[in-house]
Design a protein around this ligand. Sequence first.
Ligand SMILES: *Cc1c(COP(=O)(O)O)cnc(C)c1O
Length: 361
Amino acid sequence: MTKITPQPGIMEIALYQGGAAHVEGVSDVVKLSSNENPFGPSPTTAEALRRAGHDLHRYPGTDHASLRNALAEVYGLEADNIICGVGSDEVLQFIAQSFAGPGDEVIYTEHGFSMYPLLAHACGATPVKVEETDRVVDVDKILAACTDKTRIVFIANPANPTGTMIPMAACKCLAEGLPEGVILVLDGAYAEFVDGYDGGAGMVESRDNVIMTRTFSKIYGLGGLRVGWGYAPKEIIDVLNRVRQPFNLNNLQLQMAEAALRDRAYTDKCRAENARMRAWLAEALEGHGVPSDPSSTNFLLARFADEKEANAADAYLKSQGLIVRKVAGYGLPHCLRITIGDEPSCRRVAHAIGQFKGGAA
Ligand SMILES: *Cc1c(COP(=O)(O)O)cnc(C)c1O
C-alpha cells in the first residue's frame, strides 16, 4: 500500500453539498435552495466587470485597499481591521487554520452551518457540536461545553439553516463568558437582512476575542463572484494575513464587489422586498399548516409533521419546478429550507404547498 497519507482529519471531511439547480424533465425551474438574491447583483456591477476586463494582464493589488476602504466607509468601520477573502468561507478557513490544530476543539451548534465542522477537520482539530434550544443558539450550553482545549466558537447570527437570531446582549454574554484565549466568530452572512444590525462590528471594536465575517454572496447577489470579508482586532488581522495568499482576490472580484457595495439604494430595495415577501410567504405557509420560526434572513425553515411529509413535500415542489433545500444533514429531517424568491416564485411556492397539503399531491 501507498505510504502517501493525508493529514489527520482530512478523511473525516464529508464533501460540502451545494443546493440543486436542475430537475430532470422540468423546465421553468426556480432555484430556492442556496439563499441567493432572486434579483441578482446591482446593475452597476456590469459596468465594473467591463472595466475590470481591460486590466486582466495586471496582477491585482495584494492589500485590497480600495475594497477595504469602501467597506470601512459604507459600514463605518476601520479599514485596517478588515480582511477580504474568496467568499467568507475563505476567511473562516483562515481563522480555523490560524488558531486551531490537532488536539484543539472547535465549537459549533446543533444546526450550525456545515462549513464549521468541515473547517475544523481540515486543520486537524476536533469539531464539538453543542445543542441548541428550539432551533436557537443557546449561549449557556456553549459556555458549558468549553474546555481547556476549546480554541474557536463559530456561530452564525442570524443562523443558517434555522433563520433564527440571538440578541446582541446574548452575543456579549457569550464573548464575555468564554475562557481566555478562545475566539468567538460571529458569521454575519445574513446581517444585512436585519434592519439596523451591525453584525457584531461594535463587539469586535470593544473586545479582543471577537471576529465578524460577512459576504457578498447573499444580499449583494454575488454568490458566483466569491467575495467575503472579516472584521477583527488588528492583532488577529495580522495573523490571518499571513496565511492569506497575496493574490487571493482577482481584479474582477475586487471591482465588482466594490461597485455592488456602493449601490446602497439597490441593497435597501432588496432588503425591503425580502422582508415583504418573507412575511407574506410565512403567513401563507402557516395558513396551509406549515409553520416556521420568525426568520431574520432571506429564507424560511418550513416545518412539516415528520421526515416523511417533508420528503413528500420536497418531491412535490420539485415536480412543480420548485427546488428547495432538504436539511436532514443539519439535524432537521422534518424541515425544508426555502429561499425567499421574487413575488411570482413565492406565490408558486405557496400555491404548491397548498396543493400538497390539500391532498392534490
Ligand atoms: C451563505 C453563507 C455564508 C457565505 O459563504 P460565502 O463563502 O461568503 O459565499 C457563510 N456563512 C453562512 C452561515 C452562510 O449561510
